[in-house]
Design a protein around this ligand. Structure first.
Ligand SMILES: Nc1ncnc2c1ncn2[C@@H]1O[C@H](COP(=O)(O)OP(=O)(O)OP(=O)(O)O)[C@@H](O)[C@H]1O
Ligand SMILES: [Mg+2]
Length: 230
């Protein structure tokens, strides 16, 4: 099992009150999964992905990464696992404004101490794969919203992670670009065995996912395998 959640809850303090964002979730993500997390705005999709990506700790319950209990992992150890294994596509992109597209994509490879030549080649390939081969030297504010989103996708795939967690990866894309991104992800899933967990409102992504988990008010409302052979 790649990721396992057992009785996970996540509270956010908010002024004098508490927001119960995740209210008791049990889930298993296997290697090779192509899973979508659907659910209305505020149902906890981003919170759940942040927990799976070791960006945050559960308030209660246990979280396992490859059988290791990471519920209370240190930031340092979490960073190490993330860098070597996990690609994260953020809902808000998290690109570095002063770096060009290719520098943004190269950054995690640099942090992994990959050599300059190979780093540049990988970053170029990843940007070409998302259709940005001609925008390598644009900075984020010189790109459209959809192009920024594609840089964030390129950054996640360039490191060849075992698992990619993607928070609404096609939210800012026109339908044609969105579909080509989904196709690329399906290919990576099929050919390289990369595990994908997405959140989305996008019916086209929901449709092609092998498994659909529906979050409702911080809980799993349904969890179904809909395309067992794809
Ligand atoms: N840092 C925070 N502090 C307080 N409350 C938060 C925080 N982050 C999220 N929340 C609350 O937790 C709940 C779940 O938020 P989350 O961002 O996980 O939802 P979501 O399903 O990703 O929504 P969307 O589809 O709009 O992105 C919401 O009620 C939200 O207001
Ligand atoms: Mg969200």
């Amino acid at each position: 099992m790649l990721i396992e959640l057992k009785g996970v809850k996540k509270d956010y303090p908010l002024g004098r009150t508490v927001v119960h964002a995740i209210r008791g979730v049990d889930l298993e993500i296997s290697e090779g999964d192509f899973t979508v997390i659907a659910g209305p705005s505020g149902s906890g999709k981003t919170t759940l992905l942040n927990l799976m990506g070791l960006l945050d700790h559960p308030t209660e319950g246990k979280l396992f990464f490859e059988g290791r209990d990471v519920s209370r992992i240190s930031d340092r150890d979490a960073t190490f696992i993330r860098r070597s294994r996990i690609g994260f596509i953020f809902q808000t992109f998290n690109l570095i404004p002063v770096l060009t597209a290719i520098e943004n994509v190269e950054l995690p490879l640099l942090l992994k101490r990959m050599k300059g030549k190979e780093r540049r080649k990988r970053a170029e390939e990843a940007l070409a794969a998302v259709g940005l081969g001609d925008k390598l030297y644009h900075k984020p504010d010189e790109l459209s919203g959809g192009e920024r989103q594609r840089v964030a996708i390129a950054r996640a795939i360039a490191g060849m992670p075992d698992i990619i967690l993607a928070d609404e990866p096609t939210a800012n894309l026109d339908s044609e670009t969105g579909l080509s991104i989904i196709k690329l992800m399906k290919e990576m899933n099929r050919e390289q065995g990369v595990t994908f967990v997405f959140s989305t409102h996008d019916a086209r992504i929901i449709e092609v996912a092998r498994r659909k988990i529906e979050l409702l008010d911080g809980k799993v409302g349904s969890d179904v395998v809909q395309n067992s052979n794809s």
